[in-house]
Design a protein around this ligand. Structure first.
Ligand code: UDP
Length: 238
């Protein structure tokens, strides 16, 4: 399978057409941005790590939790063939422990436990700063139908259940993460985008050391080492 014209370039990935109209190739980059593009940098090795972790998790979510995903085939260290989808313009955020923007919103310190997971939506629009929206906005704006929204919520919570156990088995607390879903030509809702240290908060269960993009956002140092450690732990899992 070969890359044809570039369809899209995002902050961390490029997307190419292929000779099959139903298949795209995503190519992961080492570029990193934070705070809506205000902070820019490079995390060496990130593209390879995020590609490999995402594909590993999508395969397991599909086989062991029955979650439909866009994943087709890993083509190289940085490139993966995926189903061509229309992205639902929502960032679907699942939270298990208070951190990041939620810590500011509710005035509680990072690390505060929650009684149950929180599901949040943001409208994917950089110019607007990805504002938080709720179910009513999603339906009223036509971003998804009620059936699609039900599927997205069901998948997001099932993905959380699966990933909580998976990461706990490798000594990682899954604090929160962001998912994106897409719609195939047949109208099926599938998990798209990535699941990686760019899009999740991972804390070492014992030391609570941050092993994710917060190291870059907050200048905590050794971001590359943290990404590499996550790759090794994920691939060392049973
Ligand atoms: N997140 C993401 N992309 C975004 C915003 C958030 O991947 O554009 C992830 C982030 O890495 C974290 C979770 O979603 O794991 C919740 O992020 P939060 O709302 O706390 O925002 P942040 O503090 O990262 O700005």
């Amino acid at each position: 399978m070969e890359k044809l014209e570039q369809l899209y370039e995002g902050k961390a990935k490029k997307v190419y057409a292929t000779d099959d109209p139903c298949i795209c190739i995503v190519s992961y980059k080492d570029d990193a941005t934070a705070f809506n593009g205000e902070k820019r940098g490079t995390i060496r090795g990130k593209g390879v790590i995020n590609n490999r972790i995402t594909n590993y998790l999508m395969k397991r979510l599909s086989a062991e939790a029955g979650i439909p995903t866009h994943y087709i085939e890993e083509l190289s260290d940085t490139d993966t063939a995926v189903k061509r989808v229309t992205i639902i313009p929502l960032e679907v955020i699942v939270r298990n422990v208070i951190a990041g923007s939620l810590s500011k919103r509710v005035g509680k310190p990072e690390g505060t436990e929650l009684r149950c997971p929180i599901l949040e939506f943001s409208y994917k629009d950089d110019e607007l700063g990805d504002p938080m929206v709720n179910d009513y906005h999603v339906l009223a704006m036509g971003w998804a139908t009620e059936e699609e929204l039900d599927a997205i919520k069901d998948y997001a919570l099932r993905i959380n259940d699966y990933l909580l156990k998976f990461f706990s088995s490798i000594g990682i607390d899954l604090i929160d993460f962001k998912l994106e879903f897409g719609k195939t030509a047949d109208g099926e809702i599938v998990l798209a985008d990535e699941i990686s240290p760019d899009t999740c908060r991972f804390w070492d269960s014992k030391t609570k050391k941050k092993l994710d993009k917060d190291r870059f956002r907050r200048d905590l140092g050794d971001t590359e080492g943290a990404y590499k450690e996550m790759l090794e732990r994920v691939f060392g899992a049973k």
